[in-house]
Design a protein around this ligand. Structure first.
Ligand code: SAM
Length: 305
């Protein structure tokens, strides 16, 4: 089988994340286990890693890890539920949480309806337990709702024209496949791979509620991390990066009173210290070897309370 996923910023993320080689760590986006494998290789025998992923294929790969290394256990759950799962497992506060957001190479190349390059039924659910897939979004959202998705998540200036074309096309029958959707996008916006992947990605973000999960996941990660522990996030999309950047900045601020307030009255307490003021980017060598690394940005913060 082809490599499931080549981990991005592997050394950099592990170097920043690990402050205690006997600590407990969360890999919030286990995927093919590339980052977990890297962590296991440097952590002590009494360390612990809890992996999370919503994808059943990751769950299967994780079984192999947990049966061969008792330091590892897996939870088939959205990372927005990290706090609840760790409470059930009675792990206590952890030394670090790593997020490597988005989708794995395997999901793009082999799972259903993610790519405009293969003709398949529209789906795009990372978690097959979700009720609404890309098929429902494309075939039942109103033109306004669709335009909102393309505008907000795809930053597409002709979002309304595309949404209207999709709704019109539905008069001739349901839009079942990736190729049929790609053909409509191509007619309205042009057929370039860049445009197609941006619109497909916007639909994927909507189907999986990726930005809402990220906001909830970051809150949960900050909550479960012990003082001195770290939260590290690798993002691939400007909207994801903005959420991470703003969250880290807010949590590091000691005052959020309106500008020009003379005496602080907000009582804000900083919970984090930013370890990376500017995001860490992959080297040119890494991008040459793994083109999926090209948009990656790593940000890291440390819990200080
Ligand atoms: C880029 S891949 C991670 C790859 C992994 N670091 C590796 O080296 O193999 C992202 C993974 O996060 C998972 N994922 C995305 N959103 C999630 C969420 N809200 N909760 C849990 N897993 C999620 C996806 O299913 C995917 O397997």
């Amino acid at each position: 089988m082809a490599v499931y996923h080549e981990p991005v910023l592997l050394k950099e993320s592990i170097d920043f994340l690990v402050t205690d080689v006997s600590g407990t760590y969360v890999d919030a986006t286990f995927g093919g286990g590339g980052h977990t494998r890297g962590l296991l290789s440097i952590l002590n025998a009494d360390a612990r890693i809890i992996g999370f992923d919503v994808d059943e294929n990751s769950s299967r790969i994780a079984e192999g890890f947990s049966s061969s290394d008792r330091r590892f256990s897996f939870v088939h759950r959205n990372f927005s539920g990290i706090s609840e799962s760790l409470a059930e497992m009675e792990t206590g506060p952890v030394s670090g949480v790593l997020f490597d957001l988005g989708v794995s190479s395997f999901q793009i190349d082999h799972e259903e309806g993610f790519s405009y390059r293969r003709d398949e039924k529209l789906d795009m659910r990372l978690d097959k337990r979700l009720e609404i897939s890309a098929y429902e979004v494309v075939n039942s959202y109103t033109a306004d709702q669709l335009a909102d998705v393309f505008w907000k998540y795809g930053e597409e200036s002709r979002s309304r024209a595309l949404a209207r074309a999709i709704v019109k096309e539905r008069e001739h029958g349901r839009i079942e496949t990736t190729f049929r959707l790609g053909e409509i996008i191509g007619r309205i916006l042009g057929k370039s791979p860049k445009i197609l992947s941006r619109i497909f990605q916007a639909l994927r973000i909507e189907v999986n509620k990726e930005l809402d999960s990220l906001t909830a996941g970051l809150d949960a990660a900050i909550e479960v991390t012990a003082r001195g522990g770290r939260v590290a996030v690798i993002s691939y999309h400007s909207l994801e990066d903005r959420i991470v950047k703003e969250k880290f900045r807010y949590e590091a601020a000691t005052c959020v009173c309106p500008p020009r307030t003379i005496v602080c009255t907000c009582g804000k307490i900083a919970r984090l210290k930013q370890i990376t003021r500017k995001p860490i980017l992959p080297s040119l060598e890494e991008i040459q070897i793994n083109k999926r690394a090209r948009s990656a940005k790593l940000r890291v913060s440390e819990k200080i309370v």
